[in-house]
Design a protein around this ligand. Sequence first.
Ligand code: EPZ
Length: 430
Amino acid sequence: MEQYIIKGGNPLVGEVEIGGAKNAALAILATAIMSDETVTIENLPDVCDINVMLDAIAGIGGKVDRIDAHTVKINGSMICDLSVDYEYIKKIRASYYLLGALLGKYKRAEVALPGGCDIGSRPIDLHLKGFRALGANVDIRYGLISANAERLRGTHIYLDKVSVGATINIMMAAAMAEGKTTIENAAKEPHVVDVANCLNSMGANIRGAGTDVIRISGVERLHKTEYSIIPDQIEAGTFMFAAAATRGDVTVKNVIPKHLEATTAKLLEIGCEIEELDDAVRVVASKPLHHTQVTTLPYPGFPTDMQPQMSVLLGIAEGTSTVTESIFENRFKYVDELARMGASIKVESNIAIVTGAEKYTGARVSAPDLRAGAALVIAGLAAEGITVVDDIYYIERGYEEFDRKLALLGAQIERVSTEKEILKFKLKVS
Ligand code: EPZ
């Protein structure tokens, strides 16, 4: 089983190129099948989740041509099966975006019901509420969501909770409905805007993405486009936090600084120096870090996908901090793993009380999910001694060449899969 092995203590120094946003790419790949012409998507992150989504599209008959690791051409004209197999939804919940895309284009779709996951129950009631409001019959039977409609008619939809997935899925279905649809209390994440921009480049008529009211005028058909995914704000934030945790000096390149405002603000609050350039942000952490309070919120608030990384950083900052998780109900599973590295964190309901320790010490830990796994790697980079991270397939779902990019910044980290490789690494760094 693959693992990361890390010898901590090296400050990260240098520049790192950030890849395309995984969570934008997963949705945009689904929109690509809504045209019967060829859609070219560029700046795709080469990570497992993207490959599963491409397999799901091919699985229903979509034509998928991988031009290179970061570019794909998709043609939805050959789609012959409107039922997305459970094997895909089991691997990535985001394959439910095919529901909105197929319903919008063919007025019929069937997708396995996604289960819960490591960070919470992850209901999709708001997605289904939106589809029904557009006039679709939606049934859940035998673990399958079946949706169909004679016609989809534009309507007014108010989302009871801010939901990225529901906003995007409803936007896709409404893009080819008859008439006008308004989505109120919509999610404002950059990847919602990216999906809207991609759909508009295919001939859709979507206004207001990035605000909490999105207005969509349905169109009959969507045409070809060439579209490049926005940079991944969470990958960027993860490297920024790794720089801070190791007292380093790192410039993350190919980013949109505005998308990182909440992350940057917290780094400034705890004592880092930040330099913002047009498409890069430099983080310098020369002074000891100090405590703060943070609450995860929908964009533009502090992102829940940076919550584990924040706790790791505050775990070696001076003073006592609080981290409040307001989005998901079970996103502190990494705390027990981190405690094995010397963290002092007490979780009460959805609040983690973090008492800064002097340092982390290396240990063998297991990644409980994608972002918590990346956070444990950050802890290992800052720790004294050797850390081995198990279950790194979680991390590789969303981070492309994570170990290689960190090594280029001076980290002593390797991806290993045998005891012999672990021994060799230990001899090399001793
Ligand atoms: C997306 O998940 C991301 N995943 C998540 O990133 C991210 O944490 C989340 O948005 C919040 O930013 C993808 O984009 C593939 P939500 P999503 O719908 O769309 C509740 C990662 O690490 N809710 O915005 O599923 C839900 O339970 C992943 O890359 C309902 O109640 O998140 C949660 O409490 C982890 N009913 C809240 O809304 C619904 O129908 C926000 O969830 C839908 C959601």
